[in-house]
Design a protein around this ligand. Structure first.
Ligand code: NAD
Length: 215
């Protein structure tokens, strides 16, 4: 099982993106300074993060882009294509299904599910929305390992339970609910509204000491 700290994994993903775009423009070597600059990290952080994955590069001459890209893909489990499902084909689910570029990131949509009879049978990108009751079969047939969860908060736990029972081991949860899953299943919560709230604090929030919470 993976054991690299989550924050480090987040930066490895960013380094991989930088390396992929460098490789696409024919760059063969990169220094930790340049990688850090392009990834928004320091050279020290880059060297420290990469040291958690193995020994790469030589002092003074940097990293071979192709080798480092291949090794990061291996560490991140991106040496295979991941079939993904969407559960909840409302506004967000449809927007995700319409995104044409998952393939460029090693993910491919293989199932779109809803419980609303009006949604079942609708087009969703290249897929057709199926009823949630068909999910276990599709997960088996397509080898789906991960899912976007884009149902209302009140439906999220039950839908997550359906996914877990079908064998899905990774859930990207957009619903504003805490999802409980058994060991061996991983939930990542996505909350861009919370991101806006953090920006609100950064742009117009008050210093903590000036807020009187007792009053
Ligand atoms: P929506 O109401 O347009 O769509 C929800 C869909 O889920 C509907 O099609 C509904 O039929 C379906 N559904 C309900 N129960 C289901 C179940 N058990 N199994 C399968 N499908 C089911 O909602 P939306 O605007 O697309 O938002 C989806 C979710 O994302 C909501 O929980 C919303 O709060 C959340 N959201 C999160 C963020 C964020 O920042 N993370 C931003 C916007 C919306």
């Amino acid at each position: 099982m993976a054991n690299i700290p989550t924050a480090t994994v987040g930066r490895l993903v960013t380094y991989l993106r930088v390396l992929t775009s460098l490789a696409a423009t024919g760059v063969e070597r990169v220094s930790s300074d340049e990688l850090g600059e392009r990834a928004g990290s320091s050279a020290f952080q880059v060297r420290k993060d990469l040291a958690t994955c193995g020994r790469f590069g030589t002092r003074g001459s940097g990293y071979t882009v192709a080798t480092l890209e291949r090794e990061l893909r291996r560490v991140l489990g991106l040496t295979r294509e991941w079939p993904v499902a969407i559960v909840g084909m409302g506004r967000l689910g449809q927007a995700l299904a319409d995104y044409p570029n998952f393939g460029a990131y090693d993910f491919v949509l293989r199932g779109a599910f809803d419980v609303d009879p009006d949604k079942v049978g609708m087009a969703a990108g290249r897929l057709t929305v199926q009823h949630l009751s068909e999910l276990p079969q599709v997960v088996r047939d397509e080898g789906i390992g991960m899912a976007f969860l884009t149902v209302p908060g009140a439906a999220a736990q039950a839908a997550a339970d359906t996914l877990v029972a079908a064998g899905v081991r990774g859930i990207l949860n957009f619903a504003p609910s805490v999802i409980h899953v058994p060991d061996g299943v991983r939930v990542e919560n996505v909350d861009f509204l919370a991101g806006l709230q953090r920006l609100s604090y950064a742009l117009g929030g008050l210093p903590a000491a000036s807020v009187d919470v007792e009053a």
